[in-house]
Design a protein around this ligand. Structure first.
Ligand SMILES: Cc1ncc(COP(=O)(O)O)c(C=O)c1O
Length: 356
């Protein structure tokens, strides 16, 4: 059934939901999708009919530019359900701004704000049962844009597809992670695309991350590509260090993704009276702090894992173990963030957006 409601997004509903086939207690992150998806094509210089439709396969020419030049960007955000059954997004404005920033860097036309938000609300109204209740459960939302114009010539496309998929997920990491500090490979470079969620950034991380995994590590802490001297990100997360009681994280730059969770942790830390130092931290300082005992914690921050504590890091083939302190910042921020996301606490920053 197709309906054109008051706003511009057209809704084409599934005839029968697939939800009864899903085992919500045994989900693998991101490989099952909800009943509906959003699709909007760009051609003739403008975004065409925005449509919510049944999740399904695409037919795309193998000559589409996305397959040859990786002209694609994406976002990662989540919808959460509270005990009363209401569904919330967390700071979706930030994801909207960031996907358009990423698109601009990849020469993809920016997407209209009203289509984006109308699509999110319609999708979540239709598929609200896919947002499972319970702390840690959520519906992961994957907006993305890709070049669909056919042509194996290395130039920006004039046709694109913008889509949103939704995937039910449980908590991401179950254990604290072991990381290794990058000394050879880099995820981004000055003037590059590190600050964009460009698809190719992630594909390029797989090989060095596989090497790290073969050696028993879960993630790589990325360093600057010039000297491998400054600590920048952890896997696909921003990274925080607690030295004594000061919380340190790298300033955002064109090499570092401006994470929504990072920004939220910084706001919570300031509110909680924790000393925050947004500055470049060197590997040498980190090793010295690990040796003299002033390094208390390392943790990653990101939408998927929320907060991911690090239990050891390796540098120059030496492992440095960390013991979580009783007054752990990572535990505190994870709880504070999740309490806001799941509507268990006040929302002093106005971060929650309720789906009506
Ligand atoms: C490279 C990178 N850094 C950091 C983050 C964390 O960003 P956010 O907190 O917005 O999820 C992500 C995930 O989106 C990422 O891909």
């Amino acid at each position: 059934m197709t309906t054109q409601e008051s706003s511009s997004v057209i809704v084409n509903k599934v005839e029968k939901s697939r939800i009864s086939e899903v085992d919500f207690d045994n989900l693998t992150f991101g490989n099952i999708f909800s009943d509906h998806m959003f699709e909007c094509d760009y051609k003739d210089g403008k975004w065409q009919e925005p449509t919510v439709k049944p999740y399904g396969l695409l037919t795309i020419s193998p000559g589409a530019k996305v397959f040859h030049y990786g002209q694609a960007v994406f976002e990662g955000m989540k919808a959460y359900k509270d005990d009363a059954g209401d569904v919330f997004l967390f700071r979706p404005e930030k994801n909207f701004e960031r996907i358009n920033k990423s698109s601009k860097r990849l020469a993809i036309p920016e997407f209209p704000k009203d289509y984006f938000f109308d699509a999110l609300h319609k999708l979540l109204q239709l598929d609200k049962d896919w947002v499972q209740p319970g702390l840690g459960n959520s519906l992961y939302l994957r907006p993305f844009a890709m070049a669909t114009q056919v042509g194996v010539s290395a130039s920006p496309a004039n046709e694109y597809k913008f889509m949103i998929l939704m995937s039910p997920v449980q908590a991401y990491y179950t254990k604290d992670v072991k990381v290794v500090i990058a000394q050879e490979y880099s995820r981004s470079a000055d003037g590059g695309v590190g600050a964009a969620k460009a698809a190719g950034n992630y594909g390029a991380q797989f090989y060095p991350t596989n090497l790290a995994k073969e050696q028993g590590y879960d993630q790589i802490i990325w360093t600057d590509s010039n000297e491998h001297k400054y600590l920048e990100e952890a896997g696909t997360m921003n990274v925080f260090f607690r030295i004594n009681d000061t919380l340190i994280t790298a300033p955002t730059s064109d090499r570092i993704l401006d994470g929504v969770t990072r920004d939220s942790v910084l706001a919570l830390a300031k509110r909680d009276g924790i000393t925050v130092d947004v500055r470049k931290l060197t590997v040498d300082e980190l090793v010295a702090a690990a040796k003299d005992g002033s390094l208390k914690e390392i943790f990653g921050s990101g939408t998927a894992a929320v907060i991911s504590p690090v239990c050891s890091f390796n540098y120059n083939n030496v492992d440095y173990a960390l013991t979580k302190p009783e007054d752990s910042y990572s535990t505190k921020f994870k709880k504070e963030l999740m309490d806001i996301q799941y509507n268990k606490s006040e929302d002093p920053f106005g971060w929650r957006v309720k789906i009506k």
